[in-house]
Design a protein around this ligand. Structure first.
Ligand SMILES: *[C@@H]1O[C@H](CO)[C@@H](O)[C@H](O)[C@H]1NC(C)=O
Length: 356
């Protein structure tokens, strides 16, 4: 090979690498610092020190909270304690959630809950809780029935499928069916890392029902939170590394048609919908580097973002609460219920604030 050609090739390779690294840093918002926005009279929930990754609030104000997530590259303050589902009644004025008992026969010692979703049966009002579980870092969807009188969850079913290889979050759409996001294309941990360095938009949404499992969307850098509009016509899904909330029309055959992608200037984690206004709420990460490379001297911050009128030409995007990590680190979700804003985190505390 001629010397000039070699130099050109090396130059091209370095340029490509440089471009990939610059892209990666941009997607992770490596250099972002926070500009605090405070809310008054917030209270930390009692007993939550190791995460409140996902929260789902029933129409009657009962909030389910998943805690104790263990996930590669993510810090954990309780590495030896199994995860749990906590319950808080948002009508009670209490800030002390209580753990739900799980029925015998379910292996609670390896319980590692991540995204959760409730489903209410139209026929009898029964409440089901769908939980993304990562025992030994696998991805399993657990379906429980919630028994309010006994403060317990009865385990009904575990679902594993090759298309559900790296599940992050789910939204239940039937007693046994759901949409799930996979946050990685690969299942192998090394390949997962490579996938993100290269910036491959290969993750997306899977539809599951017994007998019909398929990819319904691919094209996110890192698919994360997913939820459904109040009228049940639209699915909203977060692209964490793409910094977007994506709107899909849900079709009769459960396929999804992309409607729009809204840029929200944060690493978008979970999504929830205001049951009254239809606004979308999310917990976002200001800086992905601080999230994935935990340093107690330079902790990750938190951002709570509200998107109003997402279906209009001019959605209004507001950072409602921004904290540098002094109060809560690594927000992952936010839900509103009757004048209250409940904020969850990947591995830290949970915060309840009065809201309008
Ligand atoms: C974080 O914010 C708090 C309160 O606003 C402030 O006291 C503290 O110095 C800040 N910490 C850093 C590292 O900026």
């Amino acid at each position: 090979m001629g010397r000039l050609l070699k130099i050109t090739l090396v130059g091209a390779l370095l340029a490509l690498l440089g471009e990939r690294i610059a892209n990666f840093c941009h997607r992770l918002r490596v250099f972002t610092e926070v500009d605090p926005v405070d809310l008054l009279s917030c209270q930390l929930l009692k007993g939550i020190e190791a995460g409140s990754e996902d929260i789902d609030v029933l129409p009657n104000g009962l909030a389910f909270i998943s805690t104790g997530l263990k996930y590669p590259s993510i810090h954990c303050f309780s590495p030896d304690k199994p995860g749990a589902i906590l319950l808080l009644d948002l009508n009670s004025g209490s800030v002390s959630p209580s753990p739900l008992r799980i029925s015998k026969g379910f292996d609670s010692s390896s319980f590692n809950p991540h995204g959760i979703s409730t489903y209410i049966d139209d026929k009898d009002g029964a409440v089901y809780l769908f939980v993304v579980n990562h025992p030994q870092l696998q991805s399993i969807i657990e379906i429980f029935k919630f028994v309010e009188e006994e403060n317990s969850l009865v385990h009904l079913k575990s679902i594993k499928h090759e298309l559900l290889n790296s599940v992050n979050d789910i939204i239940a759409v039937g007693p046994e069916s759901f949409y799930a996001t996979n946050d990685h294309y690969f299942s192998n941990n090394h390949l997962k890392a490579v996938e993100h360095y290269l910036g491959l938009p290969w993750t997306g949404v899977v539809y599951y029902s017994p007998g019909d499992v398929r990819h319904v969307f691919t094209g996110f850098y890192f698919a994360n939170g997913i939820t459904i509009s109040n009228d049940k016509k639209y699915i909203y899904a977060a692209d964490f590394m793409g910094h977007t909330i994506n709107v899909f029309m849900k079709n009769k055959d459960w396929s999804l048609s992309p409607v729009k992608s809204v840029y929200v200037d944060t690493l978008v984690d979970n999504l929830s919908v205001d049951p009254v206004t239809g606004d979308i709420w999310t917990g976002g990460h200001p800086n992905g580097y601080k999230l994935f490379s935990y340093n107690p001297e330079d902790v990750p911050g938190s951002e709570v973002v509200r998107v109003q009128n997402i279906h209009s030409d001019h959605p209004i995007i507001t950072k409602v609460y921004v904290n540098n990590g002094s109060v809560i680190q690594a927000t992952s979700c936010a839900s509103v219920y009757k004048g209250q804003l409940l904020i969850g985190t990947v591995f830290h505390r949970a915060l309840l604030c009065p809201w309008e």
